[in-house]
Design a protein around this ligand. Structure first.
Ligand SMILES: [Zn+2]
Ligand SMILES: [Zn+2]
Length: 832
């Protein structure tokens, strides 16, 4: 007997060695190559928070499997990684740990990069970008200037959260609990500051229309995008203010109810509210309400379930169609950010208005009657919001309310009282942040010239790193004279820099394009690179980004297209949103204390086991329930694969190179078939919505079957050849999931080339075909039918096939089956 050397599965040594090899040899470096089909695979880049967590591990493992698989399929794969490096947490950490945000960020990046490398992800690290690098954000500043020149970036006054005690603006995340400052618990108030906006609403129509072409996106994400854009059709109607030349213009989707409008509701911060209440001597009451509202609105963000309240301004407007005097209220359910900040109130046909009218004793006028019913203000317990027959509506009485919509719009247009209109829920994107750790907005303010963009040749406006971080979180930039003081590029006089920085969502709106040419210094984007690589073919990330990040990236892509930098309409062709990692019934989080640290797992089991577990435990779009047994199981399986290869390596080394398929018999033939079935299934499962779990199951089955023939074919060269093919198929098909062990075993098998450069095997449909056997089926000993079943089926499957045969069913009908006798693989006798 031959002495077979089998060492143990030394995952630590193997993984470290292969990672060093991939790194030193730049194995996954990519270059544009017009002769090959490209595949751009991207996972949403992480925020450098300090350590990667299991959510990252899962997200990036899913991406890596697909990247490796596509490479083996012959694609030129772009698979980059970088850092969404600006943002508030760096400033918070700076305050807490007394460390500069830049140092904190770069130290985190270095640590997290090493963690990602320990997972064996096949990134082209030469394309790494960090958005806090001036070489990155200088281009963002250029885009800003170009957008400014096209009117796509503009400045207007807008409310911000303000802490009086800290004397600083707060981000939404810093307003906590019942609307207090995260640092000092002072109730947060609202201040109005001049801020910069991107005119995303100019693209609302296109963003909405192209939703229907995002066929590679999950339907729920497309729906969320559509709802966020929120197009509604209706009309604008002007309501003249009594005793004034001014009028209030509202947008309504229900012009059919205008005859029932009995009062007007304005947002509390609507500019008219103070003006009107002042002249009506109601200012004190209105101010008191506004203050109360200011305190309370923060605690109900996102909810509709709050008491509808308001205050009378003392002023009236006139219903343009009925002439009715309508009292004007400031109401807490009207938002300045939506529509015009004014709502015509129709209590009979709108529930919020109904509740409001009941609370304040306001008039209810029914203008639509339900079919077969007769509503009156006295018998209504809720608003009637459906269609019906028009009443109390002058010349429109008797019409169906849907038809009346059109007729009333026509009437408004001919009388000049209003017009047909479209409204979007989407608001312009406020990008000003009164924070330090972000990309400076490249604008200079001059007393003579006003706002002047920084000339292109002076970019980047570098974020000064010598700033002292203030304990309150207040941005140090306005007090940093070396930064603030400058000269006007237009008139040469002394001027001041804008000290606001850009929302970090701006950086993540175009990073995917910069990966195509990360080192290009002539311009933000190198057309040759972006035209070859874009759009992203597969984007992968958390569903929490389903709205803002994806919408902003879509908007920015269209802007860059219109500025001539890109030649695509949409950035992401296919999107996969993966589920969360759950432990003990809740999402892993520090506060819940149910966090599993990837580092610990890697040290204990190796990266391949961690990867395999993440992939095997659940399909990507579902939540992954953490299980220690699952991790153990993945580890045991890899050990089993390790032994399968190392223990049989010598025996199968002598096997013939060619398998003579027609000579195969019995177990060898079955294993040969299983090999082709496995190749077929693994490929199909990976491509079909990333069903990695069933793909891995298939490899596991092949491993079992391979073990099953060991020993049987000691003397049969053909059996050994099939066993060798089975083992190599296991290694290849496992390689996208567990790349280190696969690469190692591939070398063990005597191969010289890298497994990463091996082509994905093709399967032979004929060889994969399941053999069938024909069974004779008898009922009470008489032949009644014949059925075909897969060879090698168990008794229960054979019984099931026989009983469910249609002709047999006819013979059995209602009779009770007493016994089923199976004779060999040939005959079934059903006794009834
Ligand atoms: Zn404070
Ligand atoms: Zn000037």
């Amino acid at each position: 007997m031959t002495e077979v050397q089998t060492n143990n599965y030394a995952f630590q040594e193997i993984e470290t060695r292969w990672q060093a090899y991939w790194k030193a040899n730049k194995t996954f470096k990519t270059a544009a190559d017009g002769t090959k089909d490209k595949f751009y695979l991207l996972e949403m880049f992480p925020y450098p928070s300090g350590r990667i967590h299991m959510g990252h591990v899962r997200n990036y493992t899913i991406g890596d499997v697909f990247a490796r698989y596509k490479r083996m399929r012959g694609y030129n794969v772009l698979h980059p990684m970088g850092w969404d490096a600006f943002g508030l947490p760096a400033e918070n950490a700076a305050i807490k740990h007394k460390i500069h945000p830049a140092r904190w960020t770069y130290e985190n990046i270095n640590y997290m990069r090493s963690q990602l490398q320990k997972m064996g992800f096949s990134y082209d690290w030469d394309r790494e970008i960090a958005t806090c690098d001036p070489g990155y954000y200088r281009w963002e500043q250029l885009f800003f200037i170009q957008m400014y020149e096209k009117g796509l970036a503009y400045r207007r006054e807008s409310p911000v959260n303000w802490c009086e005690k800290c004397g600083t603006v707060l981000a939404n995340e810093q307003v906590v609990g019942s609307g207090v400052c995260w640092r000092c618990d002072t109730p947060v108030t609202t201040r109005r500051l001049k801020q910069w906006f991107f005119r995303i609403t100019a693209y609302a129509d296109e963003l909405l229309a192209e939703c229907d072409r995002l066929t590679g996106w999950p339907e729920k994400v497309v729906t969320m995008q559509k709802n966020w854009i929120g197009k509604s059709e209706g009309s604008e109607i002007h309501f003249p203010i009594e005793g004034s030349d001014e009028k209030i213009t509202v947008f309504t989707t229900r012009p059919d109810t205008v005859f029932g409008a009995t009062f007007m509701s304005l947002a509390v911060d609507h500019p008219l509210v103070l003006e009107l209440s002042r002249s009506a001597f109601r200012e004190a009451a209105v101010l008191a309400f506004a203050e109360k509202e200011n305190r309370e609105k923060r605690s109900r963000i996102g909810g509709e379930d709050f008491e509808k309240e308001g205050v009378f301004t003392g002023a009236y407007c006139l219903n343009p169609l009925t002439g009715r005097r309508m009292p004007i209220f400031a109401a807490n359910f009207v938002l300045m950010e939506y529509g015009s900040g004014a709502v015509m109130a129709v209590p009979a046909h709108d529930q919020r208005d109904f509740e409001f009218a009941r609370k304040y004793g306001l008039e209810v006028v029914v203008v639509i009657q339900p079919p077969g019913d007769k509503l009156s203000p006295g018998n209504m317990t809720e608003a009637y919001v459906e269609e019906g027959a028009m009443v109390n509506s002058g010349q429109f009485d008797g019409m169906n309310s849907n038809e009346a919509k059109k007729a009333i719009i026509r009437h408004l247009e001919t009388t000049g009282l209003g017009k047909k209109a479209v409204s979007y829920r989407l608001r312009d994107w406020g990008i000003s942040r009164q924070r330090y750790w972000g990309a400076p907005i490249p604008i200079i303010y001059c007393d003579t010239c006003g706002a002047v963009p920084v000339p292109e040749k002076d970019l980047p406006v570098v974020l000064p790193l010598d700033a002292e971080i203030d304990e309150t979180g207040r941005s140090p930039l306005p007090r940093l004279s070396s930064f603030v003081n400058t000269t006007c590029s237009s008139c040469g006089r002394a001027a001041r820099r804008e000290t606001d920085t850009m929302d970090t969502f701006v950086e993540s709106s175009w990073y995917f394009a910069r990966y195509a040419c990360p080192d290009y210094t002539e311009a933000p984007l190198d057309r040759a690179g972006v035209d070859y690589w874009l759009p992203v073919d597969q984007y992968i990330g958390g569903v929490e980004h389903a709205i803002l990040h994806l919408l902003y990236a879509r908007f920015y892509t269209k802007v860059l297209r219109d500025l001539g930098w890109l030649n695509i309409n949409e950035p992401f062709r296919n999107l996969l949103t993966q589920g969360m990692v759950i432990k003990d019934g809740a999402k892993m989080s520090k506060s819940k204390g149910n966090v599993v640290d990837p580092d610990d797992l890697i040290n204990r089991y190796g990266a391949d086991t961690v990867r395999l577990f993440c992939l095997f435990a659940a399909p990507p779009e579902r939540d992954l329930e953490w299980s220690d047994q699952g991790v153990e199981g993945a580890y045991r399986f890899l050990n089993r694969v390790w032994r399968l290869v190392t223990e049989n390596r010598v025996t199968i080394a002598q096997s013939p190179a060619v398998i003579n398929v027609f000579e195969l018999k019995g177990e060898a033939k079955a294993l040969h078939r299983k090999i082709h079935q496995t190749i077929k299934k693994v490929g199909a499962d990976i491509e079909d919505r990333f069903h990695f779990n069933t793909a891995i199951s298939a490899v596991m089955e092949l491993v079992n079957d391979a073990y099953g023939v060991i020993g049987l074919g000691d003397k049969d060269p053909q059996t050994l050849a099939v066993l060798k093919l089975a083992i190599e198929t296991v290694i290849i098909s496992l390689s996208p999931f567990a790349p280190h062990i696969a690469e190692e075993l591939w070398q063990t098998m005597g191969h010289k080339e890298l497994l990463s450069s091996v082509s994905w095997p093709s399967y032979d449909e004929e060889a994969a075909r399941q053999e069938k056997v024909e069974l004779v089926v008898q009922v009470n000993g008489k032949v009644r039918s014949r059925v075909e079943v897969d060879a090698g089926q168990g008794e229960s499957e054979i019984k099931e096939a026989a009983i469910s045969d249609l002709r047999i069913k006819e013979w059995i009908k209602e009779k009770e089956i007493k016994k089923v006798i199976i004779v060999g693989n040939k005959l079934v006798n059903i006794v009834v």
